[in-house]
Design a protein around this ligand. Structure first.
Ligand SMILES: Nc1nc2c([nH]c(=O)n2[C@H]2C[C@H](O)[C@@H](COP(=O)(O)OP(=O)(O)OP(=O)(O)O)O2)c(=O)[nH]1
Length: 152
């Protein structure tokens, strides 16, 4: 029996993350979260999320991670397609990551677990934080969806 039907055939472990925005159709703000560990990644900014466990689907993992890390319930929108088979994004040798747009429907994002700061970035400021290197092409892809905002 295949215990991990959602895992990529590449052998890399699957990570899921959300590009949390203020509006799914016309986003003007993106949420970034600063990692606290491990030391090699600490201080780097990322899209909140984490590894998919064997007993859950990628979307179940996404909802769990956002609840645990940020204390929010989200509505998940369209995927942000990456270049790998399965439309994931490469994160070095060991991981690949699926990304979806999402909006908060309950709670206020807070750095509860795995992060020490969360920050909303307006259009025009999406690269104001030190993103983890693997996230740069993802944020570039997101930027193309952003409209101008009066506060950006
Ligand atoms: N969540 C997330 N991880 C990312 C991003 N970019 C990036 O390179 N990574 C890397 C960092 C980690 O090596 C790996 C994800 O691991 P994680 O530490 O977030 O996973 P997790 O929350 O399940 O952690 P753990 O329970 O295993 O400690 O992917 C990103 O934007 N979001």
């Amino acid at each position: 029996m295949d215990l991990s039907p959602h895992l990529p055939s590449s052998g890399r472990a699957l990570v899921v993350a959300a590009a949390v925005v203020d509006d799914l159709r016309t986003p003007t703000r993106l949420l970034a979260a600063r990692r606290t560990g491990p030391s090699v990644l600490a201080g780097g900014w990322e899209l909140p999320g984490g590894k998919v466990e064997l007993d859950e689907t990628p979307l179940e993992a996404l909802h769990r991670e956002l609840r645990e890390e940020l204390g929010v319930v989200v509505e998940v929108g369209p995927p942000v397609d990456g270049p790998l088979p399965g439309r994931s994004w490469l994160l070095g040798e060991r991981y690949e990551m699926l990304v979806w747009l999402a909006v908060v429907v309950e709670g206020e994002p807070a750095a509860i677990e795995d992060h020490d700061e969360v920050r909303w970035l307006g259009a025009g400021h999406l690269f104001d934080v030190a993103w983890l290197p693997a996230d740069l092409p993802i944020v570039e892809r997101l930027e193309a969806r952003f409209g101008a905002s009066p506060n950006s």
